[in-house]
Design a protein around this ligand. Structure first.
Ligand code: MEV
Length: 319
């Protein structure tokens, strides 16, 4: 038997522009997580139809199915794709019978990286079952391959921050850079309760960019400058300058058309309740927003966001 867990994530600054090579900052969120367990059923290996002997269970979504059925669809189920790719990476051509069970407290399609976290937890659990260790980089790579199947043109930030479970300053195609937090700061994460259609919002930004590259490259440059300034502020403990940078990043995301009335309502409610800055986080059009707050005011800000319609809130300290 082997078990593994992976955290959720939030993007602090730089979503969408990161797809176009600008930097972004993301951190793991440990209050929510995906958990995977793999149990060997028997050591016996069936040469034929081995995928019938692998059971995939995700009780939260009512899924109890042999792997073979999940692989049969034209686009394989994400969990089946993870199992198949991981077995390939581990060099396990004909696996013995096993069962995997996946649970997650990360809300789906909310910008908190639930898909990537499920992949990371499952990959580690399978590696554990076959007594193999995979590096964070290998786990991140396998997860990226799965993200590509389901999200079109992901930058790779979600799989990186979740596989490494560290704060990352991410630039597409470059080796991971982490960053240090000189003074802890507190965020309230609030969920609109609406699904964030990341593939669609990323696709729509691409259409805008294709129609007027010089305009959108300039917008992405502005986002990139905000990200660099935010990294400097976090690394030198100048937390006061983060709020205005969040507000400016949100305005640029609105210009990219990836905010929504619900996200804007929560951002305005956060500011009215005394947040130092607020922005959507992740793909947008739904999902979560984040607000910077003094630690002693976090609970009252969370209540104000709930009163303004947030489905759920998480208070987290970035350190
Ligand atoms: C999604 O968490 C972040 C986006 O920038 C997409 C990506 O980077 O792949 C919107």
């Amino acid at each position: 038997m082997a078990t593994a867990s992976a955290p959720g994530k939030i993007i602090l600054f730089g979503e969408h522009a990161v797809v176009y090579g600008r930097p972004a900052l993301a951190v793991p969120v440990l209050q929510v997580h995906a958990d995977a367990r793999a149990d060997l059923v028997t050591d016996k290996r069936m040469r034929e139809n081995w995928a019938d002997a692998i059971l995939v269970e995700a009780p939260d979504i009512g899924l109890f199915s042999p792997l073979s059925a999940l692989l049969a669809d034209q686009t394989p189920h994400p969990l089946a794709a993870v199992i198949q790719k991981t077995l390939q990476h581990l060099g396990v051509a004909i696996p013995p019978a096993f069962t995997v069970t996946i649970r997650s407290t990360i809300p789906v399609a909310s910008g908190l990286g639930s898909g990537a976290a499920v992949s990371v937890a499952l990959i580690h659990a399978l590696a554990g079952l076959f007594e193999r260790a995979l590096s964070d980089e290998q786990v991140s790579q396998i997860t990226y391959e799965i993200e590509k199947l389901h999200h079109g043109t992901p930058s790779g930030i979600d799989n990186t921050v979740i596989a490494y479970a560290k704060p990352v300053y991410f630039v597409r195609g470059q080796p991971i850079h982490t960053f240090s937090v000189a003074r802890p700061f507190t965020l309230v994460i609030a969920d609109t309760g609406q699904a964030a259609p990341t593939k669609e919002s990323v696709g729509d930004v691409r259409k805008l960019w294709e129609a007027d590259k010089s305009r959108w490259e300039a917008v992405f440059d502005k986002v990139g400058e905000i990200v660099v300034a935010a990294k400097k502020a976090i690394e030198s403990g100048e937390i006061a300058s983060l709020g205005p940078l969040m507000d400016a990043n949100h305005a640029l995301l609105q210009e990219m058309t990836v905010s929504s009335p619900e996200l804007d309502r929560l951002v305005l409610a956060a500011k009215a309740a005394g947040a130092d800055g607020a922005k959507l986080s992740g793909g947008g059009r739904g999902g979560n927003m984040i607000a910077l707050v003094q630690p002693e005011s976090a609970e009252s800000l969370a209540s104000a966001l709930k009163a303004a319609g947030a489905r759920n809130t998480i208070i987290t300290t970035i350190k």
